[in-house]
Design a protein around this ligand. Structure first.
Ligand SMILES: Cc1cc2nc3c(=O)[nH]c(=O)nc-3n(C[C@H](O)[C@H](O)[C@H](O)COP(=O)(O)O)c2cc1C
Length: 252
C-alpha cells in the first residue's frame, strides 16, 4: 500500500494541508500538479493505494490546469480523499468538480475535506490560517478517514456542489514586475502555466496567467505586484463574504 499527496498549490497552502492529512497515514509520496509538465505522464495506482488530492478553490471551481493534469491518472479503484482549500469566502462547486474528475479516472472516493487557508490574493482574509485550531481539527479528520479505510467501509460519499458548475472567467488581477525586478527568472521557472517568458521575465502573458500569485510569493526582490487600486476595490467587494471565520468540514 502506498500513500500519495497529490496537489495543485501555487502558494503552498493546499500543499501544507494535504501533507498534514497524509502524514497521519505514515510515509507518503508526492505528486506536485503545480509543475507545468506534471500532467504529461500516465500514472497508474493500485487498489490498495491511498491518494489525497488537494486543490485550491478558484471562483468556487477547480483550477483548470489541475483538472487537466489529473486526466492521465489511472485510479484502478485506489482510495481517494479529496481536499478543497479556500480563502474564507466559499468553495461552492470545487469538491463536486474534483470528485467527478477523480471518479472518471477510476478512483474510489472515500472521504472529502474542505479547509480554510489564508486568501492568496487578499491576505487579510483568513490570515495565518490554517492555525493551531485548524491543524488539530484536520488531524482529527485524518484519523477518522484512516479509521474508515482500515475498517473496509466502502460507503460512497456525496459532496456539496451544483451542476452546471458556477461560471468562472478568472480574476482581473494579473501580477506585473516593477522597477525592482532584476530579471533573475525564478518566477518564470515556477509559474504553473508558463505565463512568464524566461527571456523577459518582466512581462506576463495575460492570456495564460491564472492569477495564482505564485510569482509574487517567490520573487526575492518583491518586485511583482498586482494593481493596488484594483486589489483594494476587490477587497472591499469581498469584505462581507469573507469576514466571519469559516469552518473546515469532513465528508465521510
Ligand atoms: C484566482 C484565485 C481565485 C480564488 N477564488 C476563491 C474563491 O472563490 N473562494 C475562496 O474562498 N477563496 C478563493 N481564493 C483563495 C484560495 O482558494 C486560497 O487562498 C487557497 O489557500 C490558495 O491555495 P494555494 O496556497 O495552495 O495556492 C482564490 C485564490 C485565487 C488565486
Amino acid at each position: 500500500m502506498s500513500v500519495y499527496a497529490i496537489y495543485f498549490s501555487p502558494t503552498r497552502s493546499t500543499e501544507k494541508i494535504v501533507k498534514l492529512l497524509a502524514k497521519e497515514f505514515g510515509t507518503y509520496g508526492e505528486i506536485d500538479l503545480s509543475k507545468q509538465n506534471s500532467g504529461e505522464n500516465v500514472r497508474a495506482f493500485k487498489e490498495e493505494d491511498i491518494c489525497i488530492f488537494g486543490v485550491p478553490s478558484y471562483g468556487g471551481r477547480v483550477p483548470a490546469p489541475a483538472l487537466e493534469r489529473m486526466k492521465k491518472m489511472k485510479g484502478n479503484k485506489a482510495k481517494a480523499v479529496l481536499v478543497a482549500v479556500y480563502g474564507n469566502r466559499a468553495y461552492e462547486d470545487t469538491l463536486l468538480e474534483l470528485k467527478e474528475q477523480v471518479d472518471l479516472c477510476g478512483f474510489h472516493v472515500t472521504a472529502a475535506v474542505s479547509a480554510v487557508a489564508e486568501h492568496s490574493i487578499m491576505h487579510q482574509f483568513a490570515r495565518k490560517r490554517p492555525d493551531a485550531k485548524d491543524k488539530k481539527e484536520l488531524k482529527a479528520f485524518a484519523e477518522k478517514i484512516a479509521h474508515k479505510i482500515k475498517s473496509g467501509d466502502e460507503k460512497e460519499i456525496s459532496v456539496p456542489g451544483n451542476k452546471p458548475y458556477r461560471k468562472y472567467n478568472g480574476v482581473p488581477l494579473k501580477p506585473k514586475a516593477g522597477k525592482d525586478c532584476k530579471g533573475c527568472g525564478l518566477c518564470a521557472q515556477v509559474c504553473p502555466v508558463g505565463a512568464i517568458p524566461a527571456e523577459s521575465p518582466k512581462k506576463t502573458d495575460k492570456s495564460k496567467c491564472i492569477s495564482c500569485m505564485r510569482c509574487i510569493q517567490v520573487c526575492p526582490k518583491k518586485a511583482r505586484k498586482v494593481n493596488k487600486l484594483k486589489l483594494k476595490i476587490a477587497s472591499m467587494k469581498m469584505k462581507k463574504a469573507c469576514e466571519d471565520r469559516k469552518k473546515n468540514e469532513l465528508f465521510l
